[in-house]
Design a protein around this ligand. Structure first.
Ligand SMILES: [Fe+2]
Length: 383
């Protein structure tokens, strides 16, 4: 008989445990089962799940009938993880993501909150915009907009078309931290700064004011999709990571660090025929499929995805991306709580460290010859 079996059959111990509980105590021996369950790592919170765009759009359109235009600050549908329903409206244990619809002519009134938020525009318009701390961020297809924690934000759609986007927030994390704050502005629209020279985006450029200390966090930024496409094209046919494909992070342009304090955003390209390696990390993610079709194999089965889908990827869950197409690439936009884990020293990956683990490209060897020696600047006779 083991010690544990002896304890569980020990009537005196059970009575003692009850006595302790009555006095608001708990013996360490009661926690042993939780420690044993964590051998090899944490239990994943929630399950991998896919939300299809057709169903989501249908529900959003129905919401316009049910809620009208001014009954709610936000006509947003959160993707609720089927394995986390008892924890509220969250998509992974730390992240809440879902779609929002703003109809033609609508304004979603201004407010701010401690959860950091972002918008990834799935059906935008050049006239639609989100105002963030007095700055006007245009919402065109596949643009990424940041509304960092405690920044005032209101959404405007003066165009003649409905606009849709994916919202993502670190609300699950802040719930656990007991750090939820919320404040309405009191008016539909906040006041806009009179000049673009006052915008943080303007002043965070590679030409920066010399007379002021740079702001490094809580940047209300727009990452235009046109710029992202240009950057992706620079990589040619490069496959990128054998695990995540060509995964590029939306960097904080001042620090080069994470997109926001607790959230990283990536654009991922899986080249035709990509067959990724299985891996897992302590962080979780929410993924939006911009283009293409493929599969995500996980510990909980295989998800077949297509453009417009949203997928939850719980912590410490093995997963593997594939793009079976011989001709079409897969493009993904993904939201990660990686920075929160990095700051706590808790980002672990298996089977090997992947993020930031590979050295930057070395200088070509043998060293490049000066360009003039190749006749690039001078003719041979002029050397
Ligand atoms: Fe908000």
């Amino acid at each position: 008989m083991t010690t544990t079996e002896n304890h569980t059959s020990n009537a005196r111990l059970e009575a003692f445990n009850e006595k302790l509980a009555g006095k608001n105590w708990s013996g360490q021996w009661e926690a042993e089962k939780y420690l044993m369950a964590s051998i090899g790592g944490p239990q994943p919170a929630g399950v991998p799940h896919r939300w299809g765009w057709a169903e989501t759009k249908e529900a959003l359109d129905e919401a316009t009938d049910v809620l009208g235009t001014v009954d709610t600050a936000r006509r947003h549908l959160t993707c609720v993880n089927p394995g986390l329903k008892d924890r509220g409206a969250i998509t992974t244990h730390n992240l809440a993501a879902g779609f929002q619809l703003v109809k033609s002519g609508e304004i979603c009134w201004s407010h701010r909150h401690s959860p950091g938020a972002l918008r990834f525009v799935t059906q935008g318009h050049p006239e639609a915009y989100t105002a963030v701390d007095g700055e006007k961020l245009v919402m065109e297809d596949f643009d990424l907009l940041l509304t960092p924690r405690f920044s005032w934000h209101d959404h405007h759609n003066p165009s003649d078309k409905d606009v849709y986007w994916l919202d993502a927030l670190d609300v699950g994390l802040l719930q656990k931290l007991g750090a939820l704050f919320y404040e309405p502005y009191g008016e539909d629209s906040q006041k806009l700064r009179p000049s673009t020279s006052e915008w943080v985006g303007t002043r965070s450029h590679w030409l920066r004011p010399t007379w002021e200390e740079e702001r490094t966090t809580r940047l209300p930024l727009r990452y235009a999709w046109s710029d992202v496409r240009e950057r992706l094209a620079l990589y040619g046919n490069e496959v990128g990571s054998p695990y995540d494909g060509l995964a590029l992070r939306y960097a904080n342009p001042v620090t080069g660090g994470p997109t926001m304090d607790t959230i990283d955003c990536w654009v991922q390209r899986l080249v035709p025929g990509f067959s990724g390696k299985t891996h897992r990390r302590t962080s979780s993610a929410v993924v939006y499929v911009i283009a293409g079709n493929g599969t995500l194999e996980t510990d909980n089965g295989t998800i077949t995805f297509q453009a417009g889908d949203v997928i939850s990827l719980p912590n410490w869950t093995n997963f593997r991306w594939t793009n079976a197409s011989a001709s079409d690439e897969v493009l993904l936009f993904s939201v990660h709580d990686i920075p929160a884990y990095q700051r706590l020293g808790l980002l672990y990956e298996e089977p090997e460290a992947i993020i930031g683990a590979t050295p930057a490209p070395a200088n070509p060897t043998p060293p490049l010859k000066p360009l003039y020696a190749q006749g690039a600047f001078y003719g041979k006779d002029e050397r």
